[in-house]
Design a protein around this ligand. Structure first.
Ligand code: UD1
Ligand code: CA
Length: 599
């Protein structure tokens, strides 16, 4: 009698417990270590005997359905079920199971591998416990230069909505809680590694960029003992979301295929690899634009560059890729034909929205991706309670947070790690980068704020410039044509007009008169100005740093202050005014003429 097997096994050198099914057919049940198909009970036993697993359970079960799955199902265009057998537990060897494994083991014992348990096995996709069963390792290909970008900067570091392109596939990999995230880097590898330093990420170097197949090959050392699903992503396909990938991996894991490619039907498939399917729908080949015949080019289903591959097959298959093609490169897409030659199945999983899986090759693509994300971001913000007078001209970076009931006028740019509080008003042409803005702050037109912190109820602008490391405390006011750099402006203080405050600490309730300048730079070094609470600085004062003004002092308009001012004092430094009587401009004019002898 033909027998089917389920092995559920733990191993020290692979990642978590693994489940494999075999019913003697070529239905994608693979040896977890060699990647070879498991055909016979002897083969199964030999895996056990190799003692790669330290706990295991073998469940030989008689087949209920009598068919030749690989050929019959293919003829019928069906995906043959992986676990098409009823169970009769005839033997088990068990040292240690996780409670979850144990539970499932018992359930299977009771019910046998009936439809219900089959479904429960099929469900084994992406809940936390399930993933422990095989795991997902993400490989992100990001070594290419991106020649078509015509840039000195590697393609994957070009920003989309304020974040480098590569940060999107990395974020998705972390979001789906992949067991490993391996990034293949090459061109400007050091810059990339520096930018994405993270203990959850491993980098591998592709010294020469010899093609996508060669790039994936570099990740093999990380996969040697990995038996789960390798999810291959491209650094230049940034818009794909976690939900789509979860579905893709889930569908793959319950399919009999060793490889599945994520595809879409493109309006204009130019430049993409084309998907060639068998009459039954299995994936037969992916052919690159440059290698395609005219007929193949007319196919509109395209390769998105995202794949699920059973890791052992990947490891084996990558070693067999050649470069006999129009571009003389090692094509990852050749894995499909390699699998088929071994009698293994490949499939294709369609995504309905081509934009989600678009590849970025030129700056035109980059602008499109940016626009897609910008609109999505605006929508999210509006749905979370932010008013945008004109979302078409409001530019909010991916990483920016905006509180509810904040009003964004047209053409404001909120960038980087900026956080905006609730009930703020941000007027037209304001640019805020990497800054923290409290609640009820007004940023008036044409102000630029960089790496600064503004507290509740403060008001900035119009036409203010807050340079890095400025802090404006509660209810303080920075008015028109005021520049602040590396300074703290205390609670309730005001600098309303035409002022420069650099390297200063301004206390609370201080009035800084129009045209006040802190002279912080002597040509060699920067010096601080410290102004106490309740100080009144008259208009047009120069404070020559380093200088301190004590609490409650007054500084007369037009003064040049070079010495510290004690608290409660009046400091004036200006030449004494002289009034010359009878001095009119006509007399002066006449006198001048006689003196010069002209007349
Ligand atoms: C690739 C696919 C094509 C698919 C398209 C989807 C191949 C042969 N072709 O073509 O079928 O439609 O993606 O976007 O796979 N990379 C490396 N090292 C290399 C070469 C590339 O890491 O040696 C990386 C790139 O950085 C990039 C990704 O792989 O992130 C794709 O490379 P790219 O050259 O853009 O491939 P396409 O021509 O777009
Ligand atoms: Ca590409």
């Amino acid at each position: 009698m033909i027998q089917a097997y389920v092995i559920i096994a733990h191993s020290r050198d692979i990642y978590g417990p693994q489940a494999y099914g075999s019913d003697g057919s070529a239905r994608g049940s693979i040896h977890p270590l060699s990647g070879k198909l498991i055909y016979t009970s002897e083969r199964l036993l030999s895996i056990i005997l190799e003692k790669k697993f330290h706990t295991y359970r073998i469940r030989p079960v008689p087949l209920r359905v009598n068919h030749e799955p690989s050929t019959r199902a293919q003829a019928e265009g069906e995906t043959p079920p992986l676990w098409d057998a009823s169970s009769q537990r005839t033997g088990s060897c068990q040292k240690r199971f996780t409670p979850w494994e144990e539970k499932r083991g018992r359930a299977s014992q009771k019910q046998g591998l009936t439809k219900t348990s089959r479904r429960s096995i099929k469900k084994l996709n992406f809940t936390k416990e399930d993933r422990a069963l095989g795991g997902v390792a993400t490989i992100i290909l990001a070594a290419g230069k991106g020649t078509r970008m015509k840039s000195d900067v590697v393609k994957v570091l070009h920003p989309i909505l304020g974040l480098p392109m590569l940060s999107y596939p990395i974020a998705v990999s972390l979001e789906i809680k992949a067991d490993k995230t391996i990034i293949v880097v090459g061109y400007q590898a050091d810059q990339i590694k520096e930018k994405f330093k993270n203990p959850q990420i491993q980098f591998v170097l592709q010294k020469e960029q010899l093609g996508t197949g060669h790039a994936a090959l570099q990740a093999v050392p990380f996969l040697k003992t990995f038996t789960g699903t390798a999810l291959i992503l491209c650094g230049d396909v940034p818009l794909v979301n976690a939900g789509t990938l979860r579905e893709f991996v889930a569908a793959f894991e319950e399919s009999p295929s060793v490889l599945s490619v994520l595809t879409t039907v493109a309006e204009n498939p130019f430049g993409y690899g084309r998907i060639l399917r068998s009459p039954e729908g299995w994936l037969e080949k992916i052919v690159e634009e440059k290698d395609a015949s005219e007929k193949e080019r007319s196919v509109r289903e395209i390769n998105t560059g995202i794949y699920c591959v059973r890791a052992p097959f990947l490891v084996e298959g990558l070693g067999e890729i050649g470069k006999d093609n129009a571009q003389g490169e090692y094509y990852l897409t050749d894995l499909v034909e390699i699998a088929r030659k071994k009698g293994l199945r490949c499939s294709a999983h369609i995504v309905s929205d081509p934009v989600e899986v678009m590849g970025i090759n030129t700056r035109v693509d980059l602008a499109l991706a940016n626009e897609v994300l910008r609109q999505a971001k605006s929508k999210d913000l509006m749905l979370s309670g932010v008013t945008m007078l004109d979302p078409r001209t409001t530019y909010v970076d991916q990483s920016v947070e905006v509180g509810k009931d904040t009003l964004l006028y047209p053409n404001c740019h909120l960038q980087g790690r900026t956080k905006i509080g609730e009930r703020c008003v941000i007027e037209p042409n304001v640019k805020v980068s990497d800054s923290i803005i409290g609640n009820e702050v007004t940023l008036r037109s044409n102000s630029v704020i960089t790496e600064s912190k503004i507290e509740e109820g403060a008001s900035i602008g119009p036409f203010s410039h807050l340079r890095p490391l400025s802090e404006v405390k509660t209810k303080a006011k920075i008015g028109n044509f005021v520049e602040v750099k590396k300074s703290v402006i205390g609670r309730g203080s005001k600098a309303n007009h035409l002022t420069y405050l650099g390297d200063s600490i301004v206390g609370e309730e201080v009035n800084i008169g129009a045209g006040t300048i802190t002279c912080n730079y002597d040509g060699f070094e920067k010096h601080p100005t410290i102004i106490g609470d309740g100080v009144f600085v008259g208009s047009n004062v120069e404070l020559v740093a380093p200088v301190k003004v004590g609490n409650g002092s007054t500084i007369g308009a037009g003064s040049t202050i070079t010495k510290d001012v004690p608290g409660g004092a009046l400091a004036i430094s200006r030449t004494k005014q002289k009034n010359i009587k009878g001095w009119s401009r006509t007399i002066k004019h006449r006198r001048k003429k006689t003196e010069t002898g002209k007349g």
